[in-house]
Design a protein around this ligand. Structure first.
Ligand code: AMP
Length: 171
């Protein structure tokens, strides 16, 4: 795991002063690391009945689609406003400054569907908490929120359903 962690690159003061941005592109572009990361995550759910992976725009699509392919499921996209072509449901949530909105197609799930929500990194947890609410509105069941990496000092998992958060690499 330390080997995978070491491949993620720190970019200080991006996108603004004081933030240390975890640049996962270095892990994605390294064949051995990318395959290992996806295999380790997928292994966790092999043999389970999962109905759908949900990927959060944009880096969540990368992890989400690879995971969906491995597990033999489809992937449902959660996107920024105005990007999805069919009728949508949306959710707005607070950011440090201002707010943001995410959308999903209104026919995304059936009640009782078991889903894994995938994103690249768990920071404050605000984004994932909003998506969890959105998914649960359909009566779908969250199997787990899955991340490549987690910034533990931000305690983002406190905003998410207890016992339903998994991150591969902890910082
Ligand atoms: P949050 O809602 O705070 O958990 O973070 C939302 C999204 O912002 C995550 O999906 C990450 O893609 C991105 N993000 C937040 N903080 C960082 C960081 N320090 N490095 C890289 N990505 C980040």
């Amino acid at each position: 795991m330390d080997e995978l962690k070491g491949i993620i690159r720190d970019i200080p003061d991006f996108p603004k002063q004081g933030i240390i941005f975890k640049d996962i592109t270095t892990l994605l572009s390294d064949a051995k690391s990318f395959h290992r990361m996806i295999d380790l995550l997928a292994h966790r759910y092999v043999g389970e009945k999962i109905d759908q992976i949900v990927g959060i725009e944009a880096r969540g699509f990368i992890l989400g689609s690879a995971l969906a392919y491995k597990l033999g499921t489809g992937i449902t996209l959660v996107r920024k406003p105005g990007k999805l072509p069919y009728k949508t449901r949306s959710i707005s949530y607070e950011l440090e400054y201002g707010s943001d909105t995410l959308e999903i197609h209104e026919d995304a799930f059936k009640p009782g569907d078991k889903v894994i929500v995938a994103d690249d990194l768990l920071a404050t947890g605000g984004t994932m908490a909003a998506v969890v609410d959105l998914v649960q509105e359909f009566g779908a069941e969250i199997r787990e929120c899955a991340f490549m990496a987690e910034l533990e000092f931000l305690n983002g998992r406190q905003k998410l359903p207890e016992g339903k958060v998994f991150s591969l690499l902890k910082f």
